[in-house]
Design a binder for this molecule. Structure first.
Ligand SMILES: *Cc1c(COP(=O)(O)O)cnc(C)c1O
Length: 493
């Protein structure tokens, strides 16, 4: 299957090449030239399969350079023992007659990014081999929390790879910091940076564009790459869980085979929800994809008006992984609907003016597939309390945003299609916000709160988080921004 850039159909490549390159040379994102469609029989066959086998069936459709056995090995490793609910990597819980929650946080770092980052390193290594690359890859990541840890766990001890993560010293939660400082694995490095997330990110970007340094690393047999959510190897594995949720709800008798299902997705970079759109286009019976935002409501406004405008205040909220003003993966969606030429122009406008207008036709097309809404932090907190009091179900602040947006969407539209709320993080990753939402006082460090939340709710905390305090800190380096390159140089000696 061919892939091309979202900004031009001229640059084409194979899936393996797209995964190795990450970003097209014109700055666009790689997308499949054709979206494969599946039959009812194909979906019917998925019903009786485990998650990892469902993954093999779906990934095969997009990755014709990989044999089913190769994919089966990768999926077996990725979705095996590191998940604490084996066989059900994305379990679906029914909340009421027409609402369910798909929990994507049972991986090793308790965040949905594990769903892609457990398999992406394996796809990358295999792609490197297929494209004839012999050097060892070193992944560099600047993180504001979740991505860094999930990437570390994904790449840990994967042969032929190394990974180094930079996080802002004062910009991640106590739990996130401890998760990274105690990281295991023989090919990993973690480093705090003096400054904020932007400092860490611009430091990493500067290292990537340093040609002299790249040559030095080349001579040592290394090259640098990233594990961004714009890489096709991260988006593709996310399509699987939309099919998986559908199958699980058919199996549970909550819907009949052939019925339509909607999904409500807490959204930041637009990767998660876009994977749902691919599933819909492939033939999964999906009614609406509901895009939920927090106070950073750039997407809600976009779906309403057709104008994407990043010129607005940035809010730090209780759902930090959705605190985003540029939703990179939206570019893929627009390119599928409006073509590469228009997208190239809009991205140019976004770069120079911070805004673009897709016009009424494209806005109409989007409206057929998506609904959108937003929710502020205090409404999200109220939603956590409401779900806990009414249904004894515990949600993290990101999931609560989606839950609240769904409630308002239903009131507004009268659409009562059975809907799956996509749950993206364990509530135990955000103990302070969750405890406060439940009316508790919070006056001890984040790492002490896990036990408190367990006592309050009787919900067992996930194993990767309970053991955290006992683990040895392996990485305590703090570097100035201009010392980041030295840190990489030292790591790759
Ligand atoms: C990354 C993340 C999101 C946003 O997902 P996108 O694919 O960027 O839209 C939502 N919730 C959590 C907990 C996340 O880590």
């Amino acid at each position: 299957m061919l892939y091309y850039s979202s900004r031009s159909e001229k640059e084409t490549c194979s899936a393996a090449q797209a995964i190795v390159k990450g970003l097209a040379s014109d700055g666009g994102l790689f997308m499949p030239a054709e979206i494969p469609s599946v039959s009812q029989d194909f979906i019917q066959e998925l019903l009786s399969l485990e998650y990892k086998e469902r993954a093999v069936r779906i990934l095969s459709l997009y990755l014709d350079e990989f044999t089913a056995d190769e994919l089966r090995n990768m999926a077996g490793e990725a979705y095996g023992p590191t998940f604490n609910e084996m066989g059900k990597n994305a379990p679906v819980r029914v909340l009421d007659d027409n609402t369910a929650v798909m929990e994507l946080y049972h991986g090793p770092t308790c965040a949905f990014k594990d769903m892609a980052l457990q398999i992406m390193p394996r796809l990358l290594v295999s792609s490197l081999r297929k494209t004839g690359e012999e050097r060892e890859v070193c992944i560099l990541v600047a993180t504001s929390g979740d991505t860094g840890k999930a990437a570390l766990e994904g790449f840990r001890d994967v042969p032929g790879t190394r990974i180094q993560v930079f996080y802002p010293e004062d910009g991640v939660s106590d739990v996130q910091k401890l998760q990274m400082r105690t990281q295991g694995g023989n090919n990993v490095s973690v480093c705090a940076v003096e400054g904020n997330f932007d400092d860490a990110q611009s430091g990493v970007k500067a290292i990537f564009s340093d040609r002299e340094f790249a040559e030095k690393l080349h001579d040592r047999g290394f090259f640098l790459s990233s594990a961004n959510s714009i890489n096709w190897g991260r988006l593709l594995p996310q399509i699987v869980y939309y099919f998986s949720a559908y199958c699980d709800l058919v199996n549970a008798g909550s819907i009949s085979f052939g019925d339509k299902l909607s999904f409500c997705v807490p959204t930041g970079n637009f990767g998660d929800i876009l994977a749902g759109w691919y599933a819909k286009r492939m033939g999964l019976p999906v009614e609406k994809l509901i895009c939920a935002s927090n106070d950073n409501r750039v997407l809600t406004d976009f779906f309403q008006t057709g104008v994407y405008d990043r010129n607005r205040p940035f809010y730090q909220t209780s759902s930090p992984s959705m605190d985003i003003l540029i939703s990179s993966n939206l570019e893929r969606q627009l390119s599928h609907l409006a073509g590469t030429e228009k997208v190239a122009q809009w991205m140019e406008e976004l770069k120079s003016n911070g805004r673009f207008d897709v016009g009424d036709t494209v806005r109409g097309l989007l409206g057929e597939e998506y609904a959108a809404g937003c929710c502020n932090a205090s409404d999200a907190a109220a939603e956590i309390a409401l779900q806990w009091n009414d249904r004894s179900y515990l949600m993290d602040p990101h999931t609560a945003v989606a839950s609240r947006v769904l409630r308002e969407y239903r009131q507004r539209s009268g659409d009562n299609t059975t809907t799956v709320i996509v749950s993206t993080a364990s509530p135990y990753k955000f103990c302070d916000s969750v405890l406060r939402a439940l009316g508790e006082e919070v006056n001890v460090p984040g790492t002490e709160l896990i036990h408190k939340l367990e006592e309050k709710t009787g919900w067992a905390a996930p194993a990767p988080l309970t053991g955290l305090k006992e683990r040895t800190v392996r990485f305590s380096d703090v570097v100035a921004k201009d010392q980041m390159l030295n840190a990489v140089d030292h790591f790759l000696k």
